[in-house]
Every structure is written in structure tokens, then in C-alpha cells.
Design a protein around this ligand. Structure first.
Ligand code: NAD
Length: 432
């Protein structure tokens, strides 16, 4: 099949590369000349494991093509996927301007029959508005059907998530579109969930809201465990082994971040309120998430005897989670910006395996180290803010010798408290 993908972010580029690798001809449309030129040369706009190799292979095979021109990409395509961003507006609603702009450009270039699929996360009812927009802008004889196939990939494991998803949601009110989408997805494993457009739009938000709820529930448990001096990890393990509950996403830490959970929780609250529902649970989920950052900051300040002046803080990990360079809504940025604002003379030294170039544009007044050992030199405290695998087996004896004060604040609970304490560190995790 010939297909077109609008947007080459984490979702668009992975989807494009995988459908090309499965033998389809794929046009990937962007809006920035410089980025499209880089992509044509096989240069990635972000880090995702194994994606560069996949893109290069399919560029060479001429199955994957990049363009700025909708006029080139839309006419030959049978299916068009919209994978543009839907960030939060200041009031928490989803900002749909990228989606509407992409649909306007598609409408102008519609010729014969197409299935237009929204992969971007959009509020229930959006496809109805998009249908009206296309009907108004398209040429009289151009035919189309709409579908909603929300995306569930996780950054860091995006390729395997796309090839082996738990489920593929195909939401459409057209049998013809459903048949075409089932055929296109044939080589991909995963249960098919065949629903209407509204159900598909809802599934994505509700899934993300429930994931965020599990994280906040784990953090709420951790807050209480700290007060009653119980080990929250052991408590959550005991709870999560119940198959009805599950341990996945039931981990305490410094809260959820990234480009999806924070914005989707906010948007679902707004959607609910617009229909007269209070969405109270989700407001608490957000509040606990903010508290997780606040409580971690309080621990840092207390561990440094309420005096940040001229202190050196070493930080391992900035990305909102491991195996990505995505810093959107990363708790690390909130923590470090707060500390720097509170004490401008504070020195911060950071090491993260992938985010350096992106971070430099956001966090200017910090020193970027080349490895964890360089970051901890003469530091008064070490903060673990992302659970990259390479931090799990560091030479802690060496780290202790390099630091000015042996204090570790582990925001991701990657170390065994007893082992670290035995080495002479003061150690604090989350919920234990
Ligand atoms: P992103 O911001 O990384 O990428 C969006 C891309 O769309 C950019 O390349 C941008 O240049 C391009 N774009 C915007 N308007 C355009 C236009 N008119 N024409 C052509 N290109 C245009 O976003 P993302 O992280 O890939 O997310 C995309 C959507 O998928 C969002 O709705 C998000 O909520 C959802 N989603 C994301 C993830 C994830 O892990 N990132 C997972 C599941 C779902």
C-alpha cells in the first residue's frame, strides 16, 4: 500500500519507518525544511533506540520518502495517518491547531478515495469537527472516510511496541475503511479492538489517565509509608502481586512526566468538565504528582541542612524516563529550576546519556559532565532523577571517595538502601 504520515515526531517517524519496513511505500510529511533535509540524509531529529538504522534501511530501499509538500504525498496514498502534536493549552485543554492545520492541507489535496486516520490523541468529538472541515474544503468529487487509531507506543521501546502492541484500536464508522486498516495492520501482532470513532478517541485518554492514576496511587502509598516508617517498595510489591491489580506502573518516584500523561490527564479533566462531570479522581492524581516533586525538593534541602549556598549538586538523569532524549514535562527540570531559583549560587553538575544537546537549550546555568564520576566530583549530594540502566551498577565506593559529602537521594529507588548505607552513604529513596 502507499500511505502518508503527517508529522515526523516520536509517533510519526516510528510509524512511517515500520510501515515502510513491512513493504509499504510511505510518504512522511513535515513542516520544517531543515528537518526534512536532515531526514532525507538519515539524520534523526531525536533519539529512539534502533530507529536510525530502520529509517536508513528504508530510505535506501526507497520505500520511505520525506517531503514538505502535501501535493506530493497525498494523491498517491490510500491511507493517511495524522501524527502531529496535541500539546496542552494554558488552561489544560488539548491544543488542536496542528491537527486542524494538517487536515486543511490534506483537504486541498484530496483526489480519489482515502482513509484519513487520526493517531494524534484528540478529545472525543474532534473527528466530527474534522469531517465538517474536510467536507467544506475538499473538491466536490473527492471521497474519504475517517478513522481514529490512537497510538500506545512508549518512547524508548517504540519500535517493539509498534510491532508487538497489546492491542490495535481501529475506530471507524465505515466498513470499507475498517477493511483497509485491517489489511494494512495484518503483519502486526496484537488483539484488534474494532470500535466506533468516539470509543477510540475515549480509549486513549482513559488509558493514559489510568496509568497516571496508578503512579499517583503508588506515590500516595509512598508518602504514607515514609510517615509510618514502612518500606513502600515492599508494600507495593505485596499489593501488585495480586493479578487483579498488577505491579506495572505501581512504582513510587518523583512523579510522571513526558509528553503524554501530564497533558492527557489535564485534557480529560477539561473534557469531563465540559460535559458536567467533576473528574475528581484525576484532580487528585495531578495534585499528588505535583506533591511528589515538592516532597523530593524538600528532602534535598533538608539533607543539605537548609543551606544551598555554594553547594554542589550532582545529578544523574534528566530525561523523563530512560532510553529517550525527551525532556517534555520531565520532573528533573522542575526540580533543578526550582533549586536554582531558590539559590542562584548553587552549582549543579549533570550527566544524562542522551539529553545533553536538548537540555543545554533549557537548563543553561549547569555544567554538563561526560560521565557519572565526573558529575559527582566534590559534590555535596547525588540525585538520581532517571533510572537509566547504566546507573544501576556504578562503582559506589569510587563515588563515595569523589564526593565531598556522601549523600544519595534516589528519586527512582534504583538502589538497595541497606547496601548503600553499608558503604557509608546517607541514603534516602521514595517511600522507604
Ligand atoms: P511530536 O511533537 O514529537 O511530533 C509532532 C510532529 O508533527 C513534529 O514533527 C511536527 O513538526 C509535525 N507537524 C506539526 N504540524 C504539522 C503539519 N501541519 N504538517 C506536517 N507536520 C506537522 O509529537 P509526538 O510525541 O510524536 O506525538 C504525536 C501525537 O501522538 C500526540 O497527540 C501525542 O499525544 C500522541 N502520542 C504520543 C506518544 C509518545 O510517546 N510521544 C505516544 C502515544 C501517543
Amino acid at each position: 500500500m502507499t500511505i502518508s504520515i503527517i508529522g515526523h515526531g516520536y509517533v510519526g517517524l516510528v510509524t512511517a519507518a515500520i510501515f515502510a519496513d513491512l513493504g509499504n511505500t510511505v510518504w512522511c510529511v513535515g513542516r520544517t525544511k531543515e528537518k526534512i533535509e536532515q531526514l532525507k540524509k538519515g539524520k534523526m531529529p531525536f533519539f529512539e533506540p534502533s530507529l536510525a538504522e530502520l529509517v536508513k534501511r528504508n530510505l535506501q530501499a526507497e520505500r520511505l520518502k520525506f517531503t514538505l509538500n502535501y501535493g506530493q504525498a497525498i494523491p498517491p496514498a490510500k491511507v493517511i495517518f495524522i501524527c502531529v502534536g496535541t500539546p496542552s493549552k494554558d488552561n489544560g485543554e488539548a491544543d488542536l491547531s496542528q491537527v486542524f492545520s494538517a487536515f486543511s492541507s490534506i483537504a486541498k489535496n484530496l483526489t480519489d478515495y482515502k482513509v484519513i486516520v487520526t493517531k494524534s490523541t484528540v478529545p472525543v468529538g474532534t473527528n466530527k469537527k474534522l469531517k465538517a472541515l474536510i467536507n467544506k474544503a475538499k473538491k466536490k468529487n473527492a471521497q474519504f472516510d475517517l478513522a481514529s487509531c490512537p497510538e500506545f507506543l512508549r518512547e524508548g521501546t517504540a519500535i517493539s511496541d509498534t510491532l508487538h502492541p497489546d492491542r490495535i484500536v481501529i475506530g471507524t464508522n465505515s466498513k470499507k475503511a475498517q477493511k483497509i486498516l485491517l489489511e494494512l495492520h495484518k503483519p502486526i501482532e496484537g488483539e484488534r479492538v474494532l470500535v466506533g470513532i468516539k470509543e477510540a478517541e475515549m480509549i486513549k485518554y482513559v488509558a493514559n489517565a489510568l496509568l497516571a492514576t496508578k503512579i499517583s496511587f503508588a506515590n500516595m502509598t509512598a508518602f504514607l509509608c515514609e510517615k509510618v516508617k514502612a518500606d513502600g517498595e515492599k508494600v507495593l510489591n505485596g499489593v501488585g502481586l495480586d493479578k487483579r491489580l498488577g505491579r506495572v506502573f505501581l512504582y513510587p518516584g518523583i512523579g510522571y512526566g513526558g509528553s503524554c500523561l501530564p497533558k492527557d490527564v489535564k485534557a480529560l479533566i477539561k473534557i469531563g468538565e465540559s460535559f458536567g462531570e467533576k473528574m475528581g479522581i484525576l484532580k487528585e492524581v495531578e495534585w499528588i504528582n505535583q506533591s511528589a516533586v515538592k516532597k523530593f525538593i524538600e528532602k534535598i534541602i533538608k539533607s543539605l541542612d537548609n543551606n544551598l549556598q555554594d553547594k554542589i549538586i550532582a545529578v544523574l538523569g534528566l530525561a523523563f524516563k530512560p532510553n529517550t532524549d525527551d525532556l517534555r514535562e520531565a520532573p528533573s527540570l522542575k526540580i533543578l529550576s526550582f533549586l536554582k531559583k531558590k539559590e542562584p549560587k548553587l552549582k549543579i553538575r549533570v550527566y544524562d546519556p542522551q539529553t545533553r544537546e536538548k537540555a543545554k537549550k533549557i537548563l543553561r546555568d549547569v555544567v554538563y559532565s561526560n560521565n557519572p564520576y565526573q558529575a559527582v566530583e566534590k559534590a555535596d549530594i547525588l540525585l538520581i532523577l532517571t533510572e537509566w540502566n547504566e546507573f544501576r551498577q556504578l562503582d559506589l565506593k569510587k563515588i563515595k571517595k569523589l564526593m565531598r559529602q556522601p549523600i544519595i537521594l534516589d528519586g527512582r529507588n534504583i538502589y538497595e538502601p541497606e547496601k548503600v548505607k553499608k558503604l557509608g552513604f546517607k541514603y534516602l529513596g521514595v517511600g522507604r
